[in-house]
Design a protein around this ligand. Structure first.
Ligand SMILES: CC(C)(COP(=O)(O)OP(=O)(O)OC[C@H]1O[C@@H](n2cnc3c(N)ncnc32)[C@H](O)[C@@H]1OP(=O)(O)O)[C@@H](O)C(=O)NCCC(=O)NCCS
Length: 167
């Protein structure tokens, strides 16, 4: 059995000038790619095979990242279902010009789905929860899942039946 902390992975990289936006700080899209990549690493390892990104939500950008900063993306599995998994990612930096505490720069939750050779959802193992923190994350991930699925169903239903907004 695998616990959430067993799945934890951190990737680190130095931010280059090629990652800069018009303001000279690191482009949000670069951070999103880092988040998606590390979530993929966690999900693939847990599933024991390929997993794709089904959704990415609640991505928050807390403070700008500067060129030269050392970016650390840390991810772990919060929740697993039949074929889907929620991965939580926290991104921090070491500033290039000072030795201080790591700075939290971004966070996100991603839904990853394990797939088989035909691209269809494949089952994943059950997650073993050990600590109160792991149980809290699992519980909160379950709430986010319910909201995602409810929102998707509500939108689909409104497309089938709704006429609001039309002339
Ligand atoms: C993700 C994908 C495989 C799901 O296929 P599907 O036919 O919709 O499969 P299902 O409806 O059975 O959903 C599979 C699981 O994903 C979950 N899921 C799918 N979309 C979701 C969403 N937007 N939010 C939350 N969960 C979602 C389902 O609840 C289900 O979970 P469970 O098996 O744990 O109960 C398919 O939509 C796909 O291939 N998308 C493209 C992925 C991609 O190209 N990503 C970018 C590159 S990695």
């Amino acid at each position: 059995m695998t616990t959430p902390s067993d799945t934890r992975v951190t990737l680190s990289e130095i931010m280059r000038g090629t990652e800069a936006n018009l303001l000279g700080t690191v482009h949000g899209g670069h951070l999103m790619k880092a988040v998606d990549s590390i979530a993929g690493v966690v999900a693939n390892r847990y599933a024991g095979g390929p997993a794709v990104t089904a959704a990415m939500d609640e991505m928050t950008f807390v403070t700008p990242v500067r060129v030269g900063d050392i970016l650390h993306s840390t991810a772990q599995l919060n929740w697993s279902g039949r074929s889907s998994m929620e991965v939580g990612v926290r991104v921090e930096v070491d500033r290039w010009d000072s030795v201080t505490e790591r700075v939290h720069v971004a966070s996100a939750y991603l839904v990853m789905v394990a797939i088989d050779a035909d691209g269809r959802p494949a089952t994943v193992p059950a997650l073993e929860l050990e600590t109160p923190e792991e149980r809290r994350r699992f519980r909160e991930a379950g709430i986010r899942r319910e909201h995602r699925l409810a929102r998707r169903s509500a939108i689909e239903a409104s497309r089938e039946t709704g006429t609001e907004g039309s002339e």
